[in-house]
Ligand binder design. Structure first.
Ligand SMILES: NC(=O)c1ccc[n+]([C@@H]2O[C@H](COP(=O)([O-])OP(=O)(O)OC[C@H]3O[C@@H](n4cnc5c(N)ncnc54)[C@H](O)[C@@H]3O)[C@@H](O)[C@H]2O)c1
Ligand SMILES: [Zn+2]
Ligand SMILES: [Zn+2]
Length: 339
């Protein structure tokens, strides 16, 4: 069967690999239908993801159909449509016991620390699979994982009806955060340095859009919020500057949520944090968000609505990665298809 392999940084190839088999009675064999290409897959390709090891079959935004089940599998049957929850964890460390296995000290992400979904067939434990309504198209189902990133950020920020949320960055992750914040009933302000990304955010429910290269962002946020600041600021850009700005424009008693993996330090004074009693939280991957997201997809309350802009067959995976790399202004989300 075919698999998209990154043997080492800057190389990508479509190879023939052995088909996996069920070895444990809790395992399920899944025929893959769609896999999204994520920024982090591009980082593995470029050798800039410090967590990835090589050679690696990438892909963690995955949907497919069950073709065989182990003898002890009870929640799934052959023919079911599923999305993959891409994390496994130890279950015994402090984070796991605190209900936060996404930050387990031994967390293993499908497609990053272990081989992922860009291959024709995968085998996974039943608990990493979530059933999706069979009438939902594969193009909608494949977006479940990025939505869970948005759902996690909104949960970490405690976004509630009536809150004003400011999202920095209208890339695919910023858009997923936007969709989840709107479903929670928030008023959303979103910024990006690219106007066509802001237009797409507006089509997806953003109440206000700001291009910080055109207007003074800080004064605009205070103007929109009647001098209060944003109750929740979610940084889906992830630079020292956007983190500093988050602290500046958050309201008193507000929350700041960071999604970026930048290693460069920010220069932030204690005063605004203490004075406004801010809560600053990280948001990584997701925990317990798949059930909610799949339900919203099944109810057609979450639709990609133009977020998927490009599709490539698995045989064209190399071209797909090159296209995504060279055309950031054209590609929102590119997806690999398998049939
Ligand atoms: N924590 C997690 O679990 C998780 C998961 C996925 C991605 N991420 C991170 O989320 C971030 C966004 O991911 P993405 O895939 O949407 O990336 P992306 O690069 O596609 O999008 C980032 C967007 O930010 C915009 N931007 C750049 N500088 C800006 C600024 N100063 N102000 C406003 N907008 C600005 C860009 O124009 C772009 O549209 C990245 O840092 C990524 O590493 C985190
Ligand atoms: Zn991703
Ligand atoms: Zn653990």
């Amino acid at each position: 069967m075919k698999a998209v392999m990154i043997p080492e940084a800057h190389k990508i190839e479509v190879l023939d690999v052995p088909q996996p088999e069920i070895k444990q009675d809790n395992e399920v064999l899944v025929k893959i239908k769609r896999v999204g290409i994520c920024g982090s897959d591009m980082h593995i390709y470029h050798g800039t993801n410090p967590l990835a090891t090589y050679p690696r079959i990438v892909g963690h935004e995955v949907t497919g159909e069950v073709i065989e089940i182990g003898s002890n599998v009870s929640s799934l049957t052959v023919g079911d449509h599923v999305v993959i929850e891409p994390i496994s964890y130890c279950g015994t460390c402090y984070a796991c016991k605190s209900g936060r296995p996404n930050v387990c000290k031994e967390v293993s992400v499908f497609g990053v620390h272990e081989d992922g979904g860009m291959r024709e067939i995968v085998v996974l434990p039943e608990k990493q699979l979530h059933k999706v309504d069979p009438e939902i198209s594969w193009d909608e189902a494949v977006m479940a994982e990025p939505y869970t990133i948005g759902a996690q950020a909104v949960w970490r920020g405690n976004v509630k009806e009536g809150n004003t949320v400011f999202i920095q960055g209208a890339g695919p992750i910023g858009i997923c955060v936007l969709k989840m914040a709107k479903l929670n009933g928030a008023t959303v302000i979103i910024s990006d340095i690219t106007n066509n990304r802001l237009e797409f955010a507006k089509e997806n429910g953003a109440d206000y859009t700001i291009n910080p290269t055109e207007v003074d962002l800080e004064s605009k946020i205070y103007e929109i919020t009647n001098n209060e600041g944003a109750n929740i600021v979610i940084d889906a850009v992830g630079t020292p500057q956007t983190f500093e700005l988050s602290v500046k424009v958050a309201s008193a008693a507000g929350n700041v949520v960071t999604l970026g993996f930048n290693e460069k330090p920010s220069s932030i004074a204690l005063l605004p944090i203490t004075k406004k009693e801010l809560t600053i939280t990280g948001s990584r991957l997701q925990t317990n968000q798949f059930g909610k997201v799949v339900q919203l997809i099944n109810e057609k309350k979450l639709t990609h609505a133009g977020l998927i802009t490009h599709k490539f067959h698995i045989s064209e995976a190399k071209e797909a990665f090159e296209f995504v790399e060279k055309n950031p202004e054209k590609v929102r989300k590119a997806v690999i298809i398998f049939d």
